[in-house]
Design a protein around this ligand. Structure first.
Ligand code: G3H
Ligand code: 13P
Ligand code: ZN
Ligand code: NA
Length: 309
């Protein structure tokens, strides 16, 4: 059924695992993820960004997810807005049937982030919808040589605890070294586990969210490049590092880039291997299967959420 994230996060926290939050933009992605969740007997979060709403249309996404929920009534599934940038967009998703929204006020000054997050929490909670907020900056982590450099962009644990207290948000995305997209690190991958642990101590039993948490699975990058692609210098968060974070306070791990790579590498291969084909089903079917296999692998190797329903 369609659910919020409260129950799944509580179980994930206590069980030392995390729930996968997968970005959805079309039917094949939704189908691939749901097939994987079914095979693994795992709860799942389907999340739509503002870009997804612009691409597919909010009502198409909600409609597709409704059909998926009918197909898989046994899978606890949250429909979540990813990186909502305003009160209005969060409200539109809450009114449109989402069970969870993120308000990302991380680019705003702290006080404004608190103010708008609080306003959205008020509206959402009235409607039984949960809210994820964000504190700290994810982008542009280049050379984190000094402690000062980390302190300047990573989430401050004391401020995180105060923020949750002030806003009443249900989960919090923090910056500890991840970033969005396929180019996360110039040098060695890095996650600030000490900071995560401090947040966990100051906010006991509270679910933490990790954005920018794709591994940038090397096989997909190689396959893209083997079939005419040009994905160069891509690097993500290694699986063992994510697995460790999932055993800690991290209860939601966001994955979009690995879906993009799974689909595109499968489509490139299918098109190259059958150049005379021009039936979209010929390449979208393997793309959907690649999403399914990738999500199953995530659930087993990274999230640890298999057989938790
Ligand atoms: O955080 C960003 C997600 O990967 C969604 O990307 O805004 O291009 O849909 P998007
Ligand atoms: P990736 O780009 O690492 O997949 O992160 C996705 C994300 O954080 C969506 O909000
Ligand atoms: Zn994100
Ligand atoms: Na966890």
């Amino acid at each position: 059924p369609l659910v919020g994230t409260t129950e799944m996060f509580k179980k994930a926290y206590e069980g030392h695992y995390a729930i996968g939050a997968f970005n959805v933009n079309n039917m094949e992605i939704i189908q691939g993820i749901m097939e994987a969740a079914k095979e693994e007997n795992s709860p799942v979060i389907l999340q739509a960004s503002e870009g997804a709403r612009n691409y597919a249309g909010q009502e198409y996404i909600v409609g597709l997810v409704k059909i998926a929920l009918q197909d898989y009534p046994e899978i606890p599934t949250a429909l979540h807005l990813d990186h909502g940038s305003s009160y209005e967009i969060c409200k539109a998703c809450i009114d449109g049937g989402f069970s969870s929204v993120m308000y990302d006020g991380s680019k705003h000054p702290y006080e404004e982030n608190v103010r708008i997050t609080k306003q959205i929490v008020g509206y959402a909670h009235d409607k039984g919808v949960v809210v994820e907020a964000e504190l700290g900056r994810l982008a542009g982590v280049e050379d984190l040589v000094s402690v000062d450099a980390k302190d300047a962009i990573f989430t401050d644990p004391d401020q995180a605890a105060e923020f949750v207290e002030l806003t009443g948000c249900d989960s919090l995305a923090i910056a500890i070294g991840t970033s969005h997209g396929a180019y996360k690190y110039k040098g060695d991958p890095y996650l600030d586990y000490d900071r995560l642990e401090k947040v966990g101590k100051l906010l006991p039993d509270y679910p933490i969210v990790l954005h920018g948490a794709s591994t940038v699975i090397p096989e997909f990058v190689e396959q893209c490049n083997a079939y005419g692609g040009k994905v160069l210098g891509a690097k993500g968060v290694p699986e063992d590092m994510l697995r460790k974070a999932a055993t800690m306070a991290v209860c939601k791990i966001n994955i979009d880039t690995d879906i993009r790579l799974a689909m595109t590498s499968a489509i490139r291969k299918a098109l190259a291997e059958d150049p005379s084909n021009f039936d979209p089903r010929g390449y979208l079917k393997p793309a959907r299967e690649a999403v399914k296999q990738m999500v199953m692998h995530k659930i087993e190797a990274v999230l640890g959420s298999a057989n938790t329903i």
